[in-house]
Design a protein around this ligand. Structure first.
Ligand SMILES: Cc1ncc(C[n+]2csc(CCOP(=O)(O)OP(=O)(O)O)c2C)c(N)n1
Ligand SMILES: [Mg+2]
Length: 580
C-alpha cells in the first residue's frame, strides 16, 4: 500500500482531465440541448446519471421506441434535434423505428446508441450485444456517424446536429462505442474540441425568378387553393403564412399536423369541403406538403382525374426546402425551393397590397358545400346514442379543445384518428401531433411525454384502444414525471371494430380484444387517475377534472363496438379477399 502523499504530489503536477462522458454532455449542452429521452443500461448508464447531475433533463422510458418517438416529436416542436439515447444492439434496434419515422416525417432527431467493442464486432467474435449498428442505421437515417476518440466527440455531435436540422430535417444516428466514454483527455484540449454549431439550419433564400413564376401562375388562377403541410407547421413562420393566406384570400386546406396554423374555424378554411376543392381547383400552392399518398399523389379521382392515375388538370406551385421534391408524383409547374419562412415572406413581399381576391363564384361554391357539410356534421354531433359512439364522444373532446386551445392534442388509431381529425377543430399552430406520414401506431405515449415536457402545456391524447396498446406501459412514465396528460382511450374492443368472430369458433378474431377491458386501471397502478366513462357527460366531467387538476389521467371511453369502419378513412388501401 502506498501512502497518501505521492498521489497528492502527482495530481498537483498533472493537468486536469476530462472524459468521453463529460464531453458528450458538454457538447450537447453547448448546443442548447437540454433534454434526453432514453433508457439506461450498458454502456450508457453513467451517461444518463451524469447528464442528470449536470442539469440536463433525462427522461427515462420503459421501451426505447417510445423514447425515440418522444425525441422525434420534440424535434418537430422545437426545431432542435430531439435526442434519444439507447444501449447497444436490442436497445438500438428498439430506437431504430423512431429514427426511420423521424427521417420519413422530416423531424430532426439524433439517435445516440452505445455500442460494443469494434475489434470484436468487426471480427464477429461474439461480443456482448454485438452488432454493426452504424451499417444498420445508415439506410434509415439522413446521416450516420461513429466517434472512436474522445477528442472527436465535439465534431461528431456538431455533424449530427447539422445533419438533423439543416435543409430537410431528418433522423441522424450517432454511434458511441463503450470504450469511448471512459477515454480521458486533457481538459483544456477537451474544451477546445467542443463545437458550438453556428447557424445549424441556415435559411435558404428562394430565387427571384422562381417567386415570379409562382406568382404568375397564382395570379391567373380561377380556382386557386393553398395546401398547408406539416412542413409549414414546423417552419414556425406562422404570422407570414397567415398573412399570405389572408392577403390573397385563397381558400386553404391544412394537412393533419398543419391544422391550427390558422384556426380551423377560419372563413377561408376549406376542410369541410375537401372532396369538392381538390378536384375543382385549377392552381394549387403547396406549402411544406408533399404529394405523397396522403394527397393521393396529386392525381386520380381525388383530384378529378380519370381512373386512379389520371391527372386532374391542376397546375402546382410547390414550396419545399428540397430541390428534389418537385415532380416526384406529378409535374410541378412552379417549384419554389427554399426554407418555408423565406419562401413565404418572399411571396408576401412580391404580392404587396391590392392582390385581387379569387373569383367570387369559386369562393361561393366552396362556402355552399362547407355550410351544408358543417350543418350535417352538427346534426350528427348533437345525437346522444347509447352506447356512446365516436361522434358523441368526440363532440366532448371538440368542446374541451376549444376551451383549452393551448393544449396539445396527440392522436392515433384508425377511426379514433380519422374522426378526431375531422371533428376536433384546432386553434393554434403545432397543437396537433399524430401518426404522420406512415400512419403508424405507437407514437401515443412517447408524444405525450415529449409534448408535456417541451411545451409545459396540458396534453390530451385521443387513442384507439389498439393504438394505445403499442405504448401503454409508458403511463408509468407519465405518472413518474407527474405530467399533465389526459389520455382518452376510445375503447371499441378492437382494431377498427370489436365485432369480428373466428369462423371456426376457436379463438378471438385477429382484430378483437378482451371485451369491456378496463384500461383505466392501468394508470391507477402507478398513482394516476382512472375513469370509466360510458356517456358523453361522464367523459366531459372527467376531462374537465383532468385539466383542472393537471393530474395524469386515463379515461376509458366505452364506444359502441359496431361504430367504426375497416381501416377508418383508408379502406380503399386495404386489399380484401374477393367476396364470393
Ligand atoms: C406500427 C403499426 N402496426 C400496425 C398498424 C396497422 N393499424 C392501423 S390502424 C390500427 C389500429 C386501429 O385500431 P384502434 O387503434 O383501436 O382504432 P379504431 O379504428 O378502433 O378506433 C392498426 C393495428 C399500423 N398502422 N402501425
Ligand atoms: Mg379500436
Amino acid at each position: 500500500m502506498g501512502t497518501v502523499e505521492p498521489q497528492v504530489a502527482a495530481t498537483a503536477t498533472q493537468s486536469p482531465t476530462t472524459d468521453g462522458f463529460q464531453l458528450v454532455i458538454d457538447a450537447l449542452r453547448q448546443n442548447g440541448i437540454d433534454t434526453i429521452f432514453g433508457l439506461p443500461g450498458i454502456p450508457i448508464t453513467d451517461l444518463t446519471r451524469r447528464a442528470q447531475a449536470e442539469g440536463l433533463r433525462v427522461l427515462s422510458f420503459r421501451h426505447e421506441q417510445n423514447a425515440g418517438y418522444a425525441a422525434s416529436i420534440a424535434g418537430f416542436l422545437t426545431q432542435k434535434p430531439g435526442i434519444c439515447l439507447t444501449v447497444s444492439a436490442p436497445g438500438f434496434l428498439n430506437g431504430l423505428n423512431a429514427l426511420a419515422h423521424a427521417t420519413t416525417n422530416c423531424f430532426p432527431m439524433i439517435l445516440i446508441s452505445g455500442s460494443s467493442e469494434r475489434e470484436i464486432v468487426d471480427l464477429q467474435q461474439g461480443d456482448y450485444e454485438e452488432m454493426d449498428q452504424l451499417a444498420i442505421a445508415k439506410p434509415l437515417a439522413k446521416a450516420a456517424f461513429r466517434v472512436l476518440h474522445a477528442e472527436d466527440i465535439g465534431v461528431g455531435i456538431a455533424r449530427a446536429i447539422r445533419a438533423a436540422v439543416s435543409g430537410r430535417p431528418g433522423g441522424v444516428y450517432l454511434d458511441l462505442p463503450a470504450k469511448l466514454f471512459a477515454q480521458s483527455i486533457d481538459a483544456e484540449s477537451g474544451k477546445r474540441s467542443i463545437i458550438k454549431v453556428v447557424d445549424p439550419a441556415p435559411r435558404q433564400i428562394p430565387a427571384g425568378d422562381a417567386i415570379q413564376r409562382a406568382l404568375e401562375l397564382l395570379r391567373n388562377a380561377k380556382r386557386p387553393l393553398i395546401l398547408l403541410g406539416k412542413g409549414a407547421a414546423y417552419a414556425q413562420a406562422d404570422a407570414d403564412i397567415r398573412a399570405l393566406v389572408e392577403n390573397t384570400g385563397i381558400p386553404y386546406l391544412p394537412m393533419s399536423m398543419a391544422k391550427g396554423l390558422l384556426p380551423d374555424t377560419h372563413e377561408q378554411c376549406a376542410s369541410a369541403a375537401r372532396s369538392f376543392v381538390l378536384p375543382e381547383a385549377d392552381v394549387v400552392l403547396l406549402i411544406g406538403a408533399r404529394l405523397n399518398w396522403l394527397l393521393s399523389h396529386g392525381k386520380g379521382k381525388t383530384w378529378g382525374g380519370k381512373g386512379h392515375k389520371g391527372w386532374g388538370g391542376q397546375r402546382f406551385i410547390q414550396i419545399d426546402i428540397s430541390p428534389q421534391e418537385a415532380d416526384s408524383n406529378v409535374k410541378i409547374d412552379a417549384p419554389v425551393v427554399g426554407d418555408i419562412g423565406s419562401c413565404v415572406s418572399a411571396l408576401l413581399a412580391a404580392i404587396g397590397s391590392g392582390w385581387a381576391k379569387p373569383p367570387a363564384d369559386w369562393l361561393n361554391a366552396i362556402n355552399e358545400r362547407k355550410t351544408k357539410n358543417v350543418a350535417k356534421m352538427a346534426e350528427t354531433l348533437a345525437k346522444n346514442p347509447a352506447p356512446m359512439n365516436f361522434h358523441s364522444a368526440l363532440n366532448v373532446v371538440r368542446d374541451i379543445v376549444k376551451a383549452n386551445p393551448d393544449a396539445v392534442l396527440v392522436n392515433e388509431g384508425a377511426n379514433a384518428l380519422d374522426f378526431t381529425r375531422s371533428i376536433v377543430d384546432m386553434y393554434k399552430p403545432r397543437k396537433r401531433i399524430d401518426v404522420g406520414t406512415w400512419g403508424i401506431m405507437g407514437i401515443g405515449m412517447g408524444y405525450c411525454v415529449a409534448a408535456a415536457v417541451t411545451t409545459k402545456q396540458q396534453v390530451i391524447a385521443v387513442e384507439g384502444d389498439s393504438a394505445f396498446g403499442f405504448s401503454g406501459m409508458e403511463v408509468e412514465t407519465i405518472c413518474r414525471y407527474n405530467l399533465p396528460v389526459c389520455i382518452v382511450v376510445m375503447n371499441n374492443n378492437g382494431v377498427y371494430k370489436g365485432t369480428d368472430v373466428d369462423p371456426n369458433g376457436r379463438d378471438p378474431a385477429p382484430t378483437v380484444f378482451v371485451k369491456g377491458a378496463r384500461y383505466e386501471r392501468l394508470i391507477e397502478a402507478f398513482g394516476g387517475v382512472g375513469v370509466h366513462a360510458t356517456t358523453p357527460a361522464e367523459l366531459r366531467a372527467a376531462m374537465e377534472e383532468a385539466i383542472r387538476s393537471r393530474k395524469p389521467t386515463l379515461i376509458n371511453a366505452v364506444i359502441d363496438e359496431t361504430a367504426g369502419t375497416e381501416s377508418g378513412r383508408i379502406t380503399s388501401l386495404n386489399p380484401t379477399a374477393k367476396k364470393k
